[in-house]
Ligand binder design. Sequence first.
Ligand code: ATP
Ligand code: MG
Length: 213
Amino acid sequence: MSIWLEQPGKKRIGLMGGTFDPVHYGHLVAAEEARYQFVMEKVIFVPASKPPHKSRKDISTPEQRLEMTKIAVSTNPYFTTSDIEIKRAGLSYTIDTVLAMKQVNPDWEIYFITGADVILDILTWKNIERLLRECYFVAATRPGFHLELIECKLDRLSKEALARIKTIEVPALAISSTNIRQRVREDRPIKYLLPDEVEKFIYQNSLYLTASW
Ligand code: ATP
Ligand code: MG
């Protein structure tokens, strides 16, 4: 059952931004739950070219991250990928991506899907008030997450902006790309944390074997 009402003439599209280094089941579960609850036509995974909030110098190439993301979404007919941020290069700002996508697709109503950790950090984002006028945010929280934390941490936002942040609960998947990279380096298993085909890609391309962060 959807928790969202139809807006006539608009297509609801989810955007899932991230580094995806590598993409894992935490990303996929959050995107699928958001798609289902908000009845989105599709969810587009957008790997960042050079994420402004990450300073690690050794992330895999953008092409490798895009390829892993393509592999991961290939089994879901509602999921797709975009290379818009990778093609743009330089820093990736969500506002630029959302505006560019809406310019080409004026009938899109965009829902930017994030994890709870990211939503608590958005006050530092470029043009956040404008961004929250241009799109909705869907914050995937774990069961037990205190929703008041969002209002409390983001109290500098206008009431209108805050109202455009929706929350959904996803099963608690304590999976992170950081942990997966560390596991590969330590020769520990990563099976069941991400799709088999992505695991294969990581080993075939010898990713994450050296630590430089
Ligand atoms: P890293 O450890 O390198 O930061 P990550 O696992 O957090 O990687 P990102 O590419 O940074 O992955 O995250 C992309 C988006 O997915 C962010 O909005 C993040 O909050 C969300 N996300 C990451 N892991 C999970 C998870 N286990 N469950 C739900 N959402 C997640
Ligand atoms: Mg992260």
